[in-house]
Design a protein around this ligand. Structure first.
Ligand code: SAH
Ligand code: SF4
Length: 429
């Protein structure tokens, strides 16, 4: 979501006469777009702002969730900041920057919620990539006890179906082939329906209906959605994977922990068994489906026994890939005040044990690809010369060599070898 916001910010500024400068020391305006999920990002922001030592700098702006969470405290914490804007206000940046650059104003803060206006203004893009992210909803009402999102991104908002479809049609007719439907909690989507079906008084559509409508737009090769909450995952949504060929058989369903006691303290609203039953049901309905997940280790009061329950869940779930974090205490969230916060050293130990457990399955899924021919969307340059990195339908990273720049293209690749983090392939066409 932040990457999407960053690209929209770039688009809106360039479309309004600003020029992008790669070196922050040569820029009049330096914008930090921030995430507040874990504490590290805030510290990184403080130290990075300190590195902007240039007489050219006229505006230092902080946007996104750190701005939203810090409120006017941001100006005390980092006095050089003169513009602070929340995640639902960035369409107004051209006006705010002009006011600051012309000295009409000295400091500006805007943490309002202008979602409808924002999505309407930022839908124009300068460059359309093969893989295009489309926000279908924003915010979250789940209030997991460790998480800042409901306070920073705000309450759940679903964009009207017609707006999303219009945006997807515009993207596809200008070259996008992979559409990623995004948001903090996409499977609780309930957007205003484009019409009301005879015999029904339902005025909103669920994600199942939205996916089917989008998939019928000509030219979409791959369709994805993220992120999903386990409790909102329905059998209907699982079945859509069988009905819609462009919908990839890969879903990110974060579980966070395998201990029922911790899941309850986290306010996740499901047990480990209910979660595993859902994965099993999904595999029964759609045999080639694969999963990824997020984990938090060291949640307050997590015991060795709780952590072992997470390891047991990992063994049963069999994830293609995963993301893992040490619990980070976020001010004003319920978990921050829970007793028995876990020692950092224990968090480190548990994290490395968890990574080892997750890698076993990751290596298995990576090795399974060897000898297969796959279609890979090349996303970026690799570390070595002529090296490129792409993603397959399961979001596994594939490394290949090419003499030409093939970024942003779909390529047919023969997978020749694998290690724990990625697979290596040869370009066929
Ligand atoms: N809405 C998504 C996740 C959004 S946040 C969901 O619930 O699945 C992305 C991930 O960051 C979460 O899944 C969680 O694993 C992690 N996270 C959120 N708050 C955290 C915290 N306080 N400490 C550590 N990790 C956290
Ligand atoms: Fe945060 Fe995700 Fe929980 Fe919402 S569902 S509160 S975004 S972790």
């Amino acid at each position: 979501m932040n990457e999407y916001d960053g690209q929209r910010i770039e688009d809106i500024l360039v479309l309004n006469g600003f020029t992008k400068e790669e070196n922050p020391l040569n820029a009049d305006v330096v914008i930090f777009y921030t995430c507040n999920i874990r504490e590290k990002a805030v510290h990184k922001l403080e130290s990075t702002v300190g590195m902007i030592k240039s007489p050219k700098t006229k505006v230092i702006a902080v946007g996104g969730c750190v701005a939203q969470a810090e409120n006017d405290n941001i100006f005390k914490r980092i006095p050089r900041v003169n513009l602070s804007f929340g995640p639902s206000t960035y369409h107004r940046l051209p006006e705010y920057l002009n006011d600051l650059l012309s000295n009409k104003k000295k400091k500006i803060i805007d943490l309002n919620n202008y979602r409808l206006e924002k999505f309407d203004i930022v839908k124009r893009r300068r460059k359309i990539t093969t893989s295009a992210y489309v926000a279908i909803q924003e915010g979250c009402d789940n209030f997991c006890t460790y998480c800042v999102v409901p306070y920073t991104r705000g309450r759940e908002y679903s964009r009207p179906v017609i707006d999303i479809i219009t945006e997807v049609k515009y993207l596809v007719s200008n070259g996008a082939k992979e559409i990623v439907l995004g948001g903090q909690n996409v499977n609780s989507y309930h957007g205003e329906a484009p019409y009301i079906t005879i015999g029904s008084n339902r005025r909103t559509w669920r994600i199942e209906e939205l996916i089917k409508a989008i998939a019928s737009i000509d030219g979409i090769k791959r369709l994805r959605y993220l992120t999903s909450h386990p409790k909102d995952f329905t059998i209907d949504l699982m079945k859509v994977h069988n009905e819609v060929p462009s919908l990839v058989p890969f879903v990110h369903i974060p579980v966070q922990s395998g201990s029922d006691r911790i899941l309850k303290l986290m306010n996740r609203n499901h047990t480990a068994k209910e979660y595993l039953d859902k994965l099993k049901m999904f595999r029964d309905i759609c045999p080639d489906i694969q999963f990824s997940s997020d984990f938090i280790v060291g949640f307050p009061s997590e015991t060795e026994e709780d952590f072992n329950d997470t390891l047991t869940l990992v063994e049963k779930a069999k994830y293609t890939l995963s993301f893992y974090f040490k619990y980070s205490m976020r001010p004003n969230t319920p978990a921050a005040n829970m007793p028995n916060q876990v020692d950092e050293k224990i968090k480190d130990e548990r994290l490395s044990k968890l990574i080892n457990a997750l890698l076993k399955d990751q290596v298995y899924y990576n090795n399974k690809l060897v000898g297969k021919t796959q279609e890979i969307l090349i996303t970026k340059k690799g570390k070595k010369e002529n090296q490129y990195i792409g993603k397959n339908i399961y979001m596994q990273s594939v490394i290949i060599n090419s003499d030409e720049n093939i970024i942003d293209q779909f390529k047919t690749v023969l997978i020749e070898s694998a290690d724990e983090n990625c697979v290596f392939g040869r370009l066929l066409s």
